[in-house]
Design a protein around this ligand. Structure first.
Ligand SMILES: Nc1ccn([C@@H]2O[C@H](COP(=O)(O)O)[C@@H](O)[C@H]2O)c(=O)n1
Ligand SMILES: C[C@@]1(CO)OP(=O)(O)OP(=O)(O)OC[C@H]1O
Length: 161
């Protein structure tokens, strides 16, 4: 069994789409990013890389590389799962793992994210080959300490397949 931890943060600006866990959240601001800026999926992807000791998404998908401009969080996570030998459908490595649990926290002052929780759990579970019950997503405000950014942290548990 391997445990991985990941984190991501983006500054928020008006006129950008806010995606979290692959789910579009109705908001007047969204992340400034090279990709779609999905902080929750980025944190899960970094946690998967952390579990297998493979660095972080900034190394795998440099933001200086035009290939990754606009990259969706879903595609980024799928690529990371393949790289880590933990994709639920595709593994060409001699030693494959499976994600067994995801535990995440998103910090954002507004809007309220609770109405989106189940959709986020379902999408993260689908991407990782899990049941929604194996994914938890909690939300926190920063209590006004970081009103202009979105942050996500995630733990994953991987097991040998
Ligand atoms: N963007 C957010 C932030 C928080 N919540 C929920 O609100 C409750 C209070 O959050 P605190 O940070 O003040 O403890 C808590 O139940 C969060 O789940 C939210 O829905 N969206
Ligand atoms: C995903 C990448 C690549 O498009 O760009 P950003 O969207 O800026 O995101 P970040 O979370 O800083 O992680 C890695 C990046 O290189």
């Amino acid at each position: 069994m391997w445990i991985g931890f990941g984190e991501d943060a983006h500054r928020l600006e008006p006129g950008r789409k806010l995606l979290l866990g692959g789910v579009e959240v109705a908001a007047d601001r969204g992340p400034v990013a090279h990709s779609d800026g999905d902080a929750l999926l980025h944190a899960v992807a970094d946690a998967v890389l952390s579990a297998v000791g493979a660095g972080d998404i900034g190394e795998v998908f440099p933001d200086t590389d035009p290939r990754w401009a606009g990259l969706s969080g879903a595609e980024l996570l799928e690529r990371v799962l393949e790289l880590a030998g933990a994709h639920p459908l595709r593994c060409e490595r001699p030693r494959c793992g499976r994600v067994r649990q995801v535990r995440a926290v998103v910090t954002l002052d507004r809007p309220k994210l609770a109405p989106y929780r189940e959709a986020m759990r379902r999408r993260v579970a689908e991407l990782c080959g899990l049941e929604p019950a194996d994914v938890s997503v909690a939300f926190k405000t920063s209590e006004g300490l970081a009103p202009d950014h979105v942050q996500a942290r995630a733990l994953v548990v991987l097991e040998e397949a």
